[in-house]
Design a protein around this ligand. Structure first.
Ligand code: 5AD
Ligand code: FES
Length: 351
C-alpha cells in the first residue's frame, strides 16, 4: 500500500483500481504516511500560506431538489431570503476592510437572479474592487450565461461534480439533474477561461471506494484549479435525514490523495469539516488543504443557509470569525495571507 502512495507522489496519478485499493485498504498508519507527503507537496508549492475567501451566501431560494441539501425546493421549513445588490456590496466592503481579496458569491439556483441582474452585481464588485478576484458558485447555467458572467468580470467558478459515477449521481439527485449536464458545465467553464473548482461530498449515501476512485480519475481528467470536498452531513428535513454522515477520517484521506494527484490545486479546509469535528479544519490543513472560506454573509441570514444540520460559524460576526481562524491556522503552524491567491501554476495574462 505504501508503494501506491509512493507511486502517486512520484507520478501524480494512479489508475482506477489502484485508487480503489488505497481507499478501501487505508488505515491510520497509511494515512499518516500519506499526510506527511501531502503536507510536503503543499508546502513546496504554497509554503505556510493559507488563502482566505469571503463567502457571501446571497440567496437560499433554489429551484432544484437535491436529496442531500437543506435548501432544496421541497423543504418548506426554510425561511427564504435574498440579499440585494446593496447588501452584497456592504458584505464586500466589510470583507475588504478585513483583508479579503477574493469574494465568493454562492447561492441556490434562484431564477430571480437573471443574467442581467448577475452581470450588474459582478461588474459593480469588480469596478469597486479591481484588485480582488470574484468567484461564482451559482450552479448549472448555459454556456452563454457563463460567458456573460465572465465578460462582466467573474474570474473563478465553483461547481462540485458531486460524484463522477452516473448511477450514484442518479441516487443523489432527481431525474431533472443529469451528470452529463454537470460535466458539460464544467468543461464550458474551463473553455471560457474561468479558474474552475469542482469537488464532492465524502460519505454521501451510496458512495463506495469504487465511486471515490472514479472521482479521483475525473479530477485528474478535468484538471481543476480548485477542489472542494467535505463530509456529507445529514439534514433533518431532507430525504437523507436518517443517512449516516461522512467521517473525518475518510475526508482527510481523500484530501491527501487530491493534494498528491493535483499538487497545485487550491483546496479548502471546509466548514463541513469543521462541523463534524471541532478541530476538523486544522486537521484538513495538516492533510494538504491551503484555503479557508469564512462566511461574510450578514449574521441575520446565516442560520437560513443551512445546507446541513449544526453548521458552524452561523452566530459569529465576520470579524470574530477571522480572529478565531487566525488562531486556528497558527495553531498548526500555518499563516493566513491576504493575497488574491491564484493557483501557483496560474498564468497571469490569461486574465
Ligand atoms: N452535507 C454536506 N455538504 C453538502 N452540500 C450540500 N448539502 C450538503 C450536506 N447535506 C454541499 C454540496 C454542494 C455544496 C455547496 O455544499 O456538495 O455542492
Ligand atoms: Fe468562524 Fe471560528 S471560524 S467562529
Amino acid at each position: 500500500m505504501k508503494r501506491l502512495i509512493d507511486k502517486l507522489y512520484e507520478t501524480q496519478s494512479l489508475d482506477i483500481s489502484e485508487y480503489r485499493e488505497l481507499i478501501s485498504g487505508r488505515n491510520d498508519e497509511l494515512s499518516d504516511y500519506l499526510f506527511s507527503l501531502s503536507r510536503e507537496v503543499r508546502e513546496k508549492y504554497y509554503g505556510k500560506s493559507v488563502y482566505i475567501r469571503g463567502l457571501i451566501e446571497y440567496t437560499n431560494y433554489c429551484k432544484n431538489d437535491c436529496y442531500y441539501c437543506g435548501i432544496r425546493r421541497s423543504n418548506k421549513n426554510v425561511s427564504r431570503y435574498r440579499l440585494d445588490k446593496n447588501d452584497i456590496m456592504s458584505c464586500c466592503k466589510e470583507g475588504y476592510e478585513l483583508g479579503f481579496r477574493t469574494f465568493v458569491l454562492q447561492g441556490g439556483e434562484d431564477p430571480y437572479f437573471t443574467d442581467e441582474r448577475m452581470c450588474g452585481i459582478i461588474s459593480d464588485i469588480k469596478n469597486n474592487y479591481p484588485d480582488c478576484a470574484l468567484t461564482l458558485s451559482i450552479g448549472e447555467k448555459s454556456r452563454e450565461s457563463y460567458k456573460a458572467f465572465f465578460d462582466a468580470g467573474a474570474d473563478r467558478y465553483l461547481l462540485r461534480h458531486e460524484t463522477a459515477d452516473c448511477v450514484h449521481y442518479g441516487k443523489l439527485h432527481p431525474q431533472e439533474l443529469s451528470p452529463e449536464n454537470r460535466k458539460r458545465c464544467l468543461y464550458d467553464l474551463k473553455e471560457i477561461g474561468y479558474q474552475v473548482g469542482t469537488g464532492f461530498m465524502v460519505g454521501s449515501p451510496f458512495q463506495s471506494a469504487e465511486t471515490l476512485a472514479k472521482d479521483m480519475i475525473f479530477l485528474k481528467e478535468l484538471q481543476p484549479s480548485m477542489v472542494g470536498i467535505g463530509p456529507f452531513i445529514s439534514h433533518k428535513d431532507t430525504p437523507f435525514a436518517d443517512k449516516p454522515s461522512g467521517t473525518l477520517e475518510l475526508t482527510l484521506f481523500m484530501l491527501g490523495l487530491i493534494r498528491l494527484t493535483l499538487p497545485y490545486a487550491l483546496i479548502p479546509s471546509t466548514t463541513a469539516l469543521g462541523t463534524i469535528a471541532p478541530n476538523g479544519r486544522e486537521l484538513g490543513l495538516k492533510a494538504g488543504a491551503n484555503v479557508i472560506m469564512p462566511n461574510l454573509s450578514p449574521v441575520e441570514v446565516r442560520k437560513k443557509y443551512m445546507l446541513y444540520d449544526n453548521k458552524i460559524c452561523t452566530g459569529e460576526e465576520s470579524a470574530q470569525c477571522i480572529e478565531c481562524l487566525k488562531n486556528r491556522v497558527s495553531s498548526v503552524g500555518y499563516e493566513i495571507v491576504t493575497a488574491r491567491g491564484d493557483a501557483a501554476n496560474y498564468i497571469k495574462n490569461q486574465r
